[in-house]
Unconditional design. Structure first.
Lengths: 184, 184
């Protein structure tokens, strides 16, 4: 599957496009959408939207994987980061492309086998997986590539879970969720 | 000026449209954009975008006022709220409509004279200002109307400040900011 990873941010929004199947991945393209801190937030979000539209038009990904933003993240930037992530989810939905969110720990675990790997270890593993001399630069692009690899490798499992959830007509209570997943 | 206020939220996004000049305001329309918690976040943001597009097409506001979201807000909902606010800012910018953010305290102070007024006091003042028997319902719509009134009443001052900021070519350091504002 062709996956576009998005490492959301207002100043630098990392993008990484990867073709992958569990255990294998090939880099298609990576880069960064930049917006100027001189612009107001509304215009910055508009620029991010325009950049994402270009990337999607150029690559037509099967899925968009966005890093999940938590309220506990850096409080001075978390609102802007959440809004950039929201624009990525919105643009994917507009094109009917499944949009999924992965936590940084999920990405680290998928790439390196450990949810606690540091940035350098993830970069080294990304380069090795993609058979490159070094991880894509800047770091935001490398993080987006790692997200895309994570989703390509987890995607089939996620798709099965999603299909199962659809089939059971969206259970709403915890006991229904447990029942639908066959967990006792 | 015709102002559209947006009280951002994923489940209920309040909208209030007001014509106002400092000290006076008239209600044009108020309501709520709802999205279902059964949908994924990407599709909910897409529905909010579609709803906002309809409101803007119907009213062509001169400005969009959005409640500013802080990282310290309710942590279980703050990310979704921030993303809904981001979509409102984005849609405004797309139409070339100035989008401004006001804090809840600014709204309370503008409406009731006190930044610490409670919801009931703000509702009472909104009804009195608009010469209505009661504040618009639900509460999210009333909050959006209060935001719109706040902006209509503060708008001319904000516009002057924005023009002054443009004229000084966006000072970037704190000392430049202080110098530009004439604060010693």
């Amino acid at each position: 599957m062709l996956v576009m990873g998005v490492d959301p941010g207002l100043t630098r929004c990392g993008i990484g496009v990867v073709i992958g199947t569990p255990g294998r991945a090939e880099l298609v393209s990576a880069g960064v959408i930049r917006t100027s801190p001189d612009l107001d937030i509304a215009r910055r979000l508009l620029q991010i939207e325009a950049g994402l539209e270009e990337w999607i038009a150029a690559h037509r990904p099967d899925a968009v994987a966005v890093e999940r933003v938590f309220a506990q993240h850096n409080v001075t930037t978390v609102i802007g980061t959440a809004q950039a992530a929201g624009v990525a989810l919105l643009v994917a939905a507009r094109h009917g492309i499944p949009a999924v969110q992965h936590t940084p720990s999920e990405v680290k675990a998928a790439i390196s086998g450990s949810g606690r790997a540091d940035k350098a270890q993830v970069g080294t593993m990304v380069a090795r997986i993609l058979k490159l001399d070094a991880a894509p630069k800047p770091a935001d692009a490398a993080d987006a590539v790692a997200l895309a690899i994570c989703h390509a490798w987890r995607g089939s499992a996620s798709a099965r879970l999603a299909a199962a959830a659809e089939a059971t007509a969206r259970p709403r209570t915890w006991s229904q969720v447990v029942a639908a997943r066959g967990v006792s």
